[in-house]
Design a protein around this ligand. Structure first.
Ligand SMILES: Cc1ncc(COP(=O)(O)O)c(C=O)c1O
Ligand SMILES: N[C@@H](CCOP(=O)(O)O)C(=O)O
Length: 467
């Protein structure tokens, strides 16, 4: 089966994998999704038992890429991408209670789950650009983790220049240093005077500015890029299989912001993985939990929390789920998205809401509850949670006692957020040895106003991909 990719807004041309990878956002402002879901039978899933992370990654990813990326090349890229992870299982499962588990996704170079996809995407982009003898300007918006992971993955790559927009003063000091201390010439960290939603809005507007997009050969690495989601589907399979799938269902709770990670779980389910429950866990920026409750997606401004990477109002990937829930009606998605742009809200029609509620549950953790969860888990088990994971652990514990094992995704290492962790449980989590001098490294970044024109001008004068 050869998969091609269609836009959630129904007005952009369908693309093959390589073009969708380089495009990032579709030309009609929509997000690419596979036209059809590759499916794994129970037998296929059973055959994943005992396989390495890399082998399962190959099995899960190859149906999405096979018409365009050769199997040997894909295997090599997967092996190289995960060779730098500090745990042999890549994303190990840790038992945290009689029927509950934490899936540690933070063993990559920047200690966040973003590394899992970013290390592979950088290699895939290099591969496709080399085949075409082309260059690209990569842009990304970050609330903290995507930026560091993207910079680590793309630093020093000759065919790409990378520009990361982060909200000045709203990322943790460790996250900031991971973005600003790279000395690679193709890396550009830009601190914007605004919040994450402003950064993301500028990135999306640059994609919708056709002349600029073409001139700089724009590409993106946020989870608006389908390849990010694709790579994140893998750990749903590895962890479920480790706990007995497909012969036993499992549930997942996912600390959520831009909705990419939980959408990857939804994709895994569509591909045949038996998932009992998929739970969205939000911090006080609870737009998604409210949406599921009320059927109205309504922005209310962002509150700064101790889980800053989830301080988001516009959860880009929700559009992908909405598209499926609206029976893949691009016009319905266009209407919702124009409502969001014009009035900061849209209503979800009853049948679509019903479909979404069938797929997802949701819960919210307040700042007090996050702090108490970190304290309690450390006191009772010695395990130190980062604040994002604590949001998930709290919400998972509030779900009615599931018969299926509950896996909470642990999206970052606690040492990325030492102040919040110390305040909660008195422990100062240390950075691993390879990052121990991070806070002494020299910083290099530009501060810009939150204005598309200024950001575009900066990119035009610094990217080597300008035509
Ligand atoms: C540590 C951490 N946890 C959770 C999230 C939320 O993930 P997503 O944006 O895919 O919903 C992010 C940011 O994306 C993050 O950096
Ligand atoms: N929490 C993210 C926000 C961007 O998310 P992405 O998954 O779309 O890249 C971050 O850490 O930057």
């Amino acid at each position: 089966m050869s998969v091609d990719y269609i836009s959630t807004r129904g007005e952009a041309p369908a693309l093959g994998f390589s073009d969708a990878l380089l495009a990032g956002l579709a030309r009609d402002g929509g997000l690419y999704v596979p036209r059809e879901w590759p499916e794994f039978s129970r037998k296929d899933i059973r055959a994943m038992r005992g396989q390495s992370y890399q082998e399962i990654a190959y099995r899960v990813i190859s149906p999405f890429t096979e018409s365009e990326i050769g199997s040997d090349a894909l295997r090599t890229m997967i092996d190289e991408a995960y060779a730098g992870f500090r745990h042999p299982a890549v994303t190990p499962l840790v038992q945290s209670g009689p029927n509950s588990f934490v899936l540690e996704l933070f063993h990559g170079p920047t200690l966040a789950f973003k590394d899992v996809a970013m290390q592979l995407i950088a290699r895939l982009m290099d591969h496709v650009l080399a085949e075409r003898d082309a260059r690209a300007t990569i842009v990304g918006a970050t609330s903290g983790d995507t930026g560091g992971a993207a910079i680590d993955a793309f630093a020093g790559r000759d065919r790409t220049d990378i520009f990361i927009l982060f909200p000045e003063g709203r990322v943790s000091p460790v996250q900031q240093r991971q973005m600003t201390t790279s000395q690679a010439k193709n890396v550009h960290a830009l601190a914007l005077k605004g919040n994450f939603d402003d950064c993301q809005d500028i990135v999306k507007s640059m994609f919708n500015h056709a002349a600029f997009r073409d001139k700089v050969q724009l590409s993106g690495v946020n989870s608006i890029n389908w390849a990010r989601i694709m790579a994140q589907i893998v750990y749903y399979f590895t962890s479920a299989v480790a706990l007995g799938a497909p012969d036993r269902k499992v549930s997942f709770t996912v600390p959520t912001g831009n909705f990419g990670d939980i959408f990857a779980g939804y994709c895994a389910k569509r591909m045949g993985l038996p998932i009992a429950k998929l739970v969205v866990a939000t911090n006080e920026n609870d737009i998604l939990a409210r949406t599921l409750r009320t059927g109205r997606y309504e922005m209310r401004g962002v509150t700064a929390t101790t889980s800053p990477s989830m301080d988001i109002q516009i959860s880009s990937n929700f559009e992908r789920l909405l598209f499926d829930a609206c029976d893949r009606d691009g016009a319905a998605v266009r209407l919702a998205m124009s409502g969001l742009k014009q009035s900061g809200a849209f209503e979800i029609a009853e049948p679509a809401l019903k479909a979404i509620r069938k797929e997802l549950s949701a819960g919210r953790a307040s700042e007090r509850q996050v702090k108490e969860t970190i304290r309690q888990v450390q006191a009772e088990t010695g395990y130190v949670l980062d604040p994002h994971t604590a949001v998930g652990v709290f919400v998972a514990a509030k779900m009615e006692k599931p018969s299926a094992p509950m896996i909470t995704l642990s999206t970052a290492h606690p040492a990325k957020f030492p102040e919040a962790v110390k305040l909660a449980c008195g422990i100062d989590p240390a950075l691993p040895a390879w990052l121990s001098d991070l806070m002494q490294r020299e910083e290099r970044f530009n501060i810009l106003p939150s204005e598309q024109k200024m950001v575009e001008a900066h990119i035009l004068s610094h990217s080597r991909a300008v035509r």
